[in-house]
Every structure is written in structure tokens, then in C-alpha cells.
Write a protein that binds this ligand. Structure first.
Ligand SMILES: *Cc1c(COP(=O)(O)O)cnc(C)c1O
Length: 399
């Protein structure tokens, strides 16, 4: 990795990130350029955020108009955009009510509060929530406690109590955790784990969890912050399993880059919060609502969810064609445009090598190369990703 140019050194910014030695200046579609003028194909999309890519010609004028009209007021007043976006999310999810916030962790924090109050309303004084190994739910004290990654938690104890951790896709484990424990109020998982390495809950497992939650009167809470909003080829990843959650936190892709979070709830969770129980200054502001409304509108108009399914399948097939049978490649997992290539060893270096070759991506859970590009990705761009990335992976593994 080359040294950080003086022009982008950061003596005053806290060193919370291990940053790459470039700064991006602008983008168009699935391309971005750095301040030195180098061009990159964006296979990361701001970590599953830039649904519409960069500088989308339908999105930009709508946001410009909104900024010139009203950016923020306060939840002291009605915000018509909240009702419009909530109605759309209700239509797409089949759920009933929405709370708006600004980030993924806030959506999850609200979900955790909902679960606890659901318990208290039933007379459970010390509610407990089932969470998962390798889960990632955010970096607030409560959401990092729910997260199943010791690296995220290290140094921040004492953790919030009231979580019981189980492995993914192990029905017996969750049944054992619930059995004889009247304090359990909710099961909380990512439908497809993102930071944990692109690990999907099996559809039959989700159906069994739905049945278990119904039987025991528990909330099924599916964190779709990363896998939701059309990325897998359905509006929400759990729709592949034909089930509905009671609580669904969303964020990342919903605003195409404008900060927004949402908690979409079904009938069992929709009335838990009463006035005064929860709130946020920025949540539901007119700018973020417009970003959400326009993102979903443009996605429908341009068939981007279908595009995520077809181009995602094409990309995954291309990666499999080039990588299957290569020693050191454990698995290529693809769910629409949420793709993980698991290697048999830590591979953080692939991120820099790909960047140097003009491709942005990430490596998560140490050994999983992750692609979560904008949903406007074309088949030709997918082929370009395969052509750049696969030789890099092969060279890396051969070393
Ligand atoms: C990114 C992510 C979060 C946290 O979102 P922030 O906006 O960074 O707070 C929570 N859950 C999942 C599944 C995520 O991928």
C-alpha cells in the first residue's frame, strides 16, 4: 500500500477507521474517481448504501428541489413525507407501521427497545432477546452487545445484559434457549448476515423461527439494514422464505446515500411505543424522507430489484465459473447483488490489490471478499468485476 498523500492526511480526525490511501472526489453511475483522477468500478456502493449508484439523473434533481424547499423541521410537526414513505414500506412489506430514524444502529436500538417493552407490557421484568453468533447490529452500547463479534465489543464492557446467543441455522439451539425460559421476548437476527461474512438464514429455518415465535408469543425481528431494499431480488430478503417478521430494521440502501433508518413493524409490534417512549431529532426529516421515496420510486420505475436478481445471478455465475475448483476458494455465495467469496485464509490484502486495479470492494469477517454494488450495475460491469477480481484472487492464493 502506498503512503497516504499529504493532501488527504487527517491530523484532526479521530483515527476510528483504518483508511485506504485515497479520497474519492466524485462519481457517476457505478464509477467513482479519486482526487488524483484515477477511476474505479464501485463494487462496494458505500457498503450497500448507494442503491442508485452515484449522481443518478432522476435522484439528483429531486433532492436538489427538496433541499431548496425544506431540509429539516422537527417531529413537533407532521411531516407528510413520513406518511408517504411509511405507506410505501407498508405496501412493499405487508407490515403495518413505521418509525423513522437516521442510521442502522438506531433502527436496531429501537427494535431492542420495542422487544423489551413488549416484555414489560406482558409483565416480564427482565426480558431477554435471542441473538446470533457472527451477527452485526451496530456500535452503540446496546447494539454492540447484541453483535456477535468480540472485536466490536472489546474495550467497551460492561455489555448490556439480556441477550442469549445462538448459532445461525440451528433450530435445536434456539428451541433449547427458549424452552423453560419465560423471560425470552424476541428472536433477533439478520436475514442475511453482512459483516459476519454473507451468511444467510436458510428459508426453512426462518419458517421454523416464525412458527416458534407465534407459538411462544415472541417477536421475530429481522435486521435487514444491509440485505433489504431490493438487494437480493426481493424487496426484503425474508420474502424469499414467504414469511413476515414482526419488526424489521432498515437503513443503508433506503436513502441511496442520504442517512435514513426505519423500523417497519407488523400488528404485534406496531402499538408498543406510546407517545414519549421513543424519538429522535433527525429521524423522518423531509430530506431523508424524500430520498427514501425517490429511491423506491426510481427502483420501481427502472426495475432495479429485478436487475439486482438478474445481474446478481450473472455476476455470481461468472465468479463461480472462474473460481470454482481453485484451491483456497471455500465458497462463492450470492443472493442477488449481495455476494461473498469465502477463502480459506485471511485476505484483507485483496482489498488493496483490487483498489490498485480499479475495483472497490471490501473484505469482511477476515476471509470473505464482499461485493454489494449499486443495484444499477449492468451485466457488462459485472463481467468487468469478474475480469478484474478473479485473477487477483488466484494470484493471491497461489502466493
Ligand atoms: C451496517 C449495519 C448496521 C449498522 O448500521 P449503521 O448505519 O452503521 O449504524 C446494522 N445492522 C446491519 C445488518 C448492518 O449491515
Amino acid at each position: 500500500m502506498s503512503a497516504v498523500p499529504a493532501s488527504i492526511a487527517e491530523p484532526h480526525v479521530m483515527t476510528t477507521y483504518g483508511r485506504l490511501p485515497i479520497a474519492l472526489s466524485h462519481g457517476r453511475g457505478c464509477r467513482v474517481w479519486d482526487t488524483a483522477g484515477r477511476e474505479y468500478l464501485d463494487g462496494l456502493g458505500g457498503i450497500a448504501v448507494n442503491t442508485l449508484g452515484h449522481a443518478h439523473p432522476k435522484f439528483v434533481p429531486a433532492l436538489q428541489e427538496q433541499i431548496a424547499t425544506l431540509i429539516h423541521c422537527s417531529n413537533y410537526y407532521h411531516v407528510p413525507g413520513q406518511e408517504a414513505l411509511a405507506a410505501k414500506l407498508v405496501e412493499l412489506s405487508g407490515l403495518t407501521n413505521v418509525f423513522f430514524c437516521s442510521t442502522g444502529l438506531e433502527a436496531n436500538e429501537a427494535a431492542l427497545k420495542l422487544a423489551r417493552k413488549f416484555g414489560h407490557d406482558k409483565g416480564i421484568e427482565r426480558p431477554e432477546i435471542i441473538v446470533y453468533e457472527k451477527a452485526f447490529h451496530g456500535r452503540s452500547i446496546a447494539t454492540l452487545s447484541a453483535t456477535g463479534n468480540p472485536k466490536v465489543q472489546a474495550g467497551f464492557g460492561p455489555l448490556v445484559e439480556g441477550f442469549i446467543r445462538v448459532p445461525m441455522n440451528d433450530l435445536a439451539a434456539v428451541e433449547a434457549a427458549v424452552r423453560d425460559n419465560p423471560n425470552v421476548v424476541a428472536v433477533f437476527l439478520e436475514t442475511i448476515q453482512g459483516e459476519g461474512g454473507i451468511n444467510a438464514a436458510r428459508w426453512d429455518y426462518l419458517k421454523s423461527l416464525r412458527a416458534l415465535c407465534d407459538e411462544r408469543d415472541l417477536l421475530l425481528m429481522l435486521d435487514e439494514v444491509q440485505c433489504g431494499i431490493g438487494r437480493t431480488g426481493k424487496w426484503f430478503a425474508h420474502q424469499w422464505a414467504g414469511i413476515q417478521p414482526d419488526v424489521m430494521p432498515l437503513a443503508k440502501g433506503l436513502g441511496s446515500g442520504v442517512p435514513i433508518g426505519a423500523v417497519v413493524c407488523g400488528p404485534r409490534a406496531a402499538k408498543i411505543f406510546q407517545p414519549g417512549n421513543h424519538g429522535t431529532t433527525f429521524g423522518g426529516n423531509p430530506l431523508s424522507m424524500r430520498a427514501g421515496i425517490e429511491t423506491l420510486r426510481i427502483m420501481e420505475e427502472d426495475g432495479l430489484m429485478e436487475n439486482a436478481a438478474t445481474v446478481g445471478a450473472h455476476l455470481t455465475a461468472g465468479l463461480r465459473r472462474e473460481l470454482e475448483g481453485v484451491a483456497g476458494v471455500t465458497e462463492v455465495r450470492g443472493y442477488g447483488l449481495m455476494i461473498g467469496i469465502e477463502l480459506d485464509r485471511p485476505c484483507g490484502e485483496i482489498l488493496t490489490r483490487a483498489m490498485d486495479a480499479g475495483l472497490l470492494l471490501s473484505v469482511t469477517a477476515d476471509r470473505v471478499v464482499r461485493l454489494v454494488p449499486p443495484l444499477i450495475l449492468t451485466a457488462a460491469e459485472a463481467d468487468e468485476i469478474v475480469a478484474i477480481l478473479c485473477p487477483i484472487i488466484k494470484t493471491f492464493l497461489a502466493a
